[in-house]
Design a protein around this ligand. Structure first.
Ligand code: HEM
Length: 141
């Protein structure tokens, strides 16, 4: 098996460690202002990367490496930009105008990361279709 699924899960574990500490910090301080940032770190960083890692381990083993790499790199760039930007914005440490460019790059990066994942899923679907058609031809012959 390729190492990619492990790489996805390793990143997911890294993000959930930060996400859980963030949640504990909110609980201890009774300051929940940054909860959307915590939620996005956990959902994009842990849940989404785990689902993608699971896909590449089980169904997407034949996905071209450049698609898997693009999927991983873009998602990570997005999470690493969005989570700190959300923290700084929601805790009112910066003005919205200061983080707009960070949000723009982070959001587009996440969008393209999901696009790469979609390409991997569609590619797998097409390969399955071709394999089925091939085995039908063999059976007819
Ligand atoms: C020990 C682990 C965690 C702690 C201590 C924690 C703590 C918190 C706290 C204090 C809030 C704010 C609640 C409020 O303002 O009403 C919150 C919100 C939230 N958390 Fe966590 N959390 C943890 C793990 C997770 C995980 C693993 C996920 C998802 C995978 C998650 C997703 C969310 C979501 C979606 C919200 C709602 C955000 C919103 O309404 O803006 N949390 N959490």
């Amino acid at each position: 098996m390729s190492r990619w699924p492990y790489v996805f899960f390793a990143a997911a574990c890294f993000y959930i460690m930060i996400g859980v500490c963030w949640g504990m910090y909110m609980g201890i301080s009774h300051d929940h202002a940054t909860s959307p940032g915590h939620a996005h770190l956990n959902l994009l960083g842990f849940v989404s990367l785990s689902i993608m890692g699971g896909f590449y381990a089980l169904l997407g083993k034949e996905t071209p490496t450049w698609i898997v790499g693009a999927n991983f790199g873009l998602m990570n760039l997005g999470v690493c930009l969005l989570a700190p930007a959300l923290f700084l914005l929601l805790s009112q440490r910066v003005e919205p105008a200061q983080v707009v460019p960070v949000f723009m790059i982070g959001e587009v990066s996440i969008l393209l990361g999901f696009l790469a994942f979609g390409a991997a899923v569609i590619g797998g679907l097409r390969r399955t279709g071709r394999a089925k058609a091939g085995s039908l031809k063999v059976a007819i012959a």
